[in-house]
Design a protein around this ligand. Structure first.
Ligand code: TRP
Ligand code: SF4
Length: 326
């Protein structure tokens, strides 16, 4: 039986943090061992919400791919490219836009929520409304069957399936695959202050943070608020530091820390130091590996990946164009 086709993308909008690593990239790494996935930089998608922010999309894309490589995504196992290098995404997007009712797009919860934020009202652009149409093109161009995504992207996959079914109905031939989402099981990692990890709160630990930056963030992480003195028994389950221990600290050490905390035998500063040092064990490796990757290496890899992607995509577009126009 042929391996299922896995397709996913990420927008190049800034540095990746621990939440991305444990929520998305770990998943990608596992998939990479089993399938030959397609992972691409969704640079057109980045424009759809941030076209007026003067992003340096080339630099952001190179940085993003460096971080993928640094965590172990490999061009030998995965097809890595940049969306804007494969014009077939735009071509299919155009055709899908012709058959997608605006009402379907206006119903999309991600669209409604973003639009409800006052800062977005003013830049309500057509490309943002049709974001899921481009995402559909990204996937079905490669017969993507499995799409690893976060919970927030679920409505987009539902729309993708609806658009595929409509295409098949209108053009009377089933040339696409209906993609299925693969949700990440890891619960969302909070920022050190307990709020959502976000650049604007300065509460995220980035994959290229230095040991000092890591410590400065872990140091001010929120602990069990009932615990004032070291001898007070604590509850690790309500502590943000412990949530980090759960993902970065080996089971045995973590159990020990939980016990010491409950018995009031470890101070929060000591506990945070151990947490920061375990974070550094992961981030340090990624940071150093990222530093060794040159822009040129990434450019070469993207140019080769783009070529391979165009071969696949152009075959599919020939089929689409034959069906509609000939
Ligand atoms: N919308 C996705 C996100 O913000 C990125 C994306 C673009 C994507 N195209 C895709 C994900 C295709 C999966 C498949 O996370
Ligand atoms: Fe949190 Fe550790 Fe302090 Fe317990 S000892 S409250 S787990 S920081």
């Amino acid at each position: 039986m042929a391996k299922k086709r896995v397709v996913s993308g990420m927008r190049p909008t800034g540095k990746l943090h621990l939440g991305h690593y444990f929520g998305v990239l770990k998943n990608w790494l596992n998939l990479q061992e089993e399938y030959s996935p397609i992972f691409f930089v969704a640079d057109w998608h980045a424009l759809s919400t941030k076209y007026d922010e003067g992003l340096n999309l080339n630099q952001l894309s190179l940085e993003l791919v460096k971080e993928w490589l640094a965590v172990g995504i490999s061009p030998e196992k995965s097809l890595i490219f940049r969306q804007s290098d494969v014009k077939e995404h735009a071509e299919l997007y155009l055709i899908l836009n012709m058959i997608t009712p605006i009402s379907w797009l206006e119903r999309n919860p991600t669209y409604k929520e973003t639009l409800a934020q006052p800062e977005y009202k003013e830049k309500n652009n057509a490309g943002f409304l049709t974001y899921p149409v481009l995402q559909t093109a990204d996937i079905i161009l490669y017969d993507g069957e499995i799409v690893p995504i976060g919970e927030d992207q679920r409505p987009h996959l539902e729309l993708a399936r609806e658009i595929v079914r409509r295409f098949h109905f209108l053009f009377k031939r089933e040339i696409f695959v209906e993609p299925q989402e693969l949700l990440t099981e890891t619960p969302r990692l909070p920022g050190v202050d307990g709020r959502k990890m976000s650049k604007s709160y300065n509460n995220a630990i980035y994959l290229d943070d230095t040991p000092e930056e890591i410590w400065n963030k872990v140091r001010r992480a929120v602990t069990d608020p009932q615990r004032i003195r070291k001898s007070d028994p604590g509850n690790p389950e309500v502590c943000i530091v412990y949530q980090y221990h759960k993902i970065v600290t080996p089971d045995e050490e973590r159990e020990e820390i939980a016990q010491l905390c409950r018995q009031g035998k470890i101070g929060c500063v000591e506990c945070k130091k151990r947490c920061a040092s375990n974070i550094e064990k992961i981030v340090g490796t990624i940071r150093e590996r990222k530093r060794e990757i040159s822009d040129e290496e990434v450019e070469n890899l993207l140019s080769q990946g783009g070529e391979r992607a165009r071969e696949l995509a152009s075959k599919k577009m020939e089929e689409v164009n034959r069906l509609i126009f000939h």
